[in-house]
Ligand binder design. Sequence first.
Ligand SMILES: Cc1cc2nc3c(=O)[nH]c(=O)nc-3n(C[C@H](O)[C@H](O)[C@H](O)COP(=O)(O)OP(=O)(O)OC[C@H]3O[C@@H](n4cnc5c(N)ncnc54)[C@H](O)[C@@H]3O)c2cc1C
Length: 385
Amino acid sequence: MIDYRNYIGIIGGGISGLTLGCALLKQGIPAIIFEKMPEETSHGAAISLSSNALRLLDRLDIYVDLKDQSFIHSAASIQGPHREISSFQTPEVLTTRRQTLMSLLYSRYKNLGGEIFHHHDLASFDAVKCEATFTNENKFTLKHLAACDGIRSSIRDIFFAANQYPKYSGYSAWRGIGKSSLQKIHFALGPDSHIVSYPINKEGDVSFVAVRKEDYQFKESWKEEGSISDLFDDFSAYDSKIFPALEDSVTLYKWGIYIRPPLKSMITNNITLLGDAAHPMVPFLGQGACMAIEDSYSFAMACKERMTNLVNAQVAYDYVRSKRTKKIQQLSMMQGKVYHLKNPILVAARNAAMRYTNIPGNDLKRIHNYNAHEVMRIYLASGNL
Ligand SMILES: Cc1cc2nc3c(=O)[nH]c(=O)nc-3n(C[C@H](O)[C@H](O)[C@H](O)COP(=O)(O)OP(=O)(O)OC[C@H]3O[C@@H](n4cnc5c(N)ncnc54)[C@H](O)[C@@H]3O)c2cc1C
């Protein structure tokens, strides 16, 4: 038995686990990460992060380096399969390789004195004794367990919602990176499909996510290898020039997008759920990782203020984060429906709203303006707990 009873044990070293590790250590709270993989891995090409997450990464001293290695946007355009619908100004959005974000979070965590136990796959947790046992038979006594173990969270299955396993959303997504001269975020919308492309640096690397609504059976995992011609077949309604130039040797993957329903509560005795473990969502607003960053930052803030009684920290976290994440889960799902409209009258109404109003930019602004630091600060100062 290894005694870490003053430590918050974090299960999972993905975006939420590493952000939580950084935020806790920066506040002087001991934390330790357990990751089942042998080393840091990050699948999925690129990622976009909006101001609501970027302002927190700035507080964790990661933003400046991230910005240097990424592309910052202030403009976007939307088109139908062939013709432009609208161009608009966006609030600041940063796009980058996932690997870049992960490496910066990892280095920051290590610089703060953080440690990761790789090859540690959680086997069971005794919530009364706060004891975590791993498949390699190592056992740790902890102060608290933060479950950052992603959409397939076994902690969620056991302690929160039995028999509520991840469900295929009906959407699949191709992701890849190629070369193009694109200088803004570009959306192409068609019936039952859409393609989002953006540069991720100043060297002409452009990432795309091409989403289709389809009843597809993923054979084993949640992603399957495919060729460029499979991609073009799936998106034959679009001009293939929408995609950046892809090298013949590039390996492309088609991902199944999975979801789980919102939970009544993200906390229980000695356990707090964060990120995709708590609220996986369809990626149509680019907010899954942003929510993971907001959760982790907010929970660390609550822990700092309520360290002598972590139950109060959990209650504050649950109160503040449940409302926000449920709303974003719903809005993300709705965004997919708006993007994928088929009925020509509704398509014309959507396009007119996009062309003649500021609705798309304003909707995004409301989501991106959210300041998780201020919201948690005000809640903690309100004396509710
Ligand atoms: C197609 C697509 C595009 C997306 N684009 C964006 C975007 O542009 N912007 C955005 O904000 N979000 C985006 N997202 C969402 C985003 O990727 C996720 O919300 C985010 O990665 C969740 O991070 P996480 O740390 O909670 O979970 P994960 O990244 O899944 O990390 C979980 C970690 O836990 C580990 N783990 C699991 N089980 C155990 C165990 N038993 N023991 C120890 N370790 C364990 C795993 O190995 C993993 O490292 C997108 C998602 C998809 C599918």
